[in-house]
Design a protein around this ligand. Sequence first.
Ligand SMILES: [Fe+2]
Length: 219
Amino acid sequence: MVNVPESVETKPLPGRFELAGFVMEMVDLDGEMTFDGPFMAVVLKGSITSPVTVARWESIRSGGTTIRGKARLFVAADSGEGEWRDSKGIPLEWKHISSLVAGESLEKEMWYSYPYYSFNIGGRRYRIRFWLVGPDVDCGIHDHAGDTPNFKELHLQLRGSGYMEVFENNEKIIEVPMVPGRIHCPFYVVKDGKAAYPPHQYRSGSKGSLFMVFEELCK
Ligand SMILES: [Fe+2]
């Protein structure tokens, strides 16, 4: 979520992998599919007709749910809370925020996954990474101005909890509680093909947080 120019290593996202007790994969839904246990599904392309509440950039989370539609989904099936740092099938290194943002305290409990993983859908290019945050951490107010490449970001809460906060004139004007399965509404507006953001930050809850960032790269 905080991005400064860096030599960014990016690898293709594996078709299926595991992290923190989730089995994560891209799924092509054409018809219907039933999930026995709790899961999150993000609609990346196409649409879901049932349940009707699920739109692009929204997720659902309950067991025994049948979804119908024609869509490319990112699915995270929850097999039970594992160690948040543990992954299988996707080589991840957890790097401290101080290696990304100059001047950050070494004491700050905030790590990002490395490298980036990317995928393409319908001509759109995405990068993802994961953030692991200790309890009650202000992750840092930023607006992505000058980030290269420019991107549209959204965060999916996986474990723990937190808040997405938006600021205006140094005052918080929006606070979106983030609980597992939730994606916040976009904070960016697109001007001349580029995403522009108000100052915003992620703040973790009292038990810490693991969340995922989808970045859709702007052309
Ligand atoms: Fe951000």
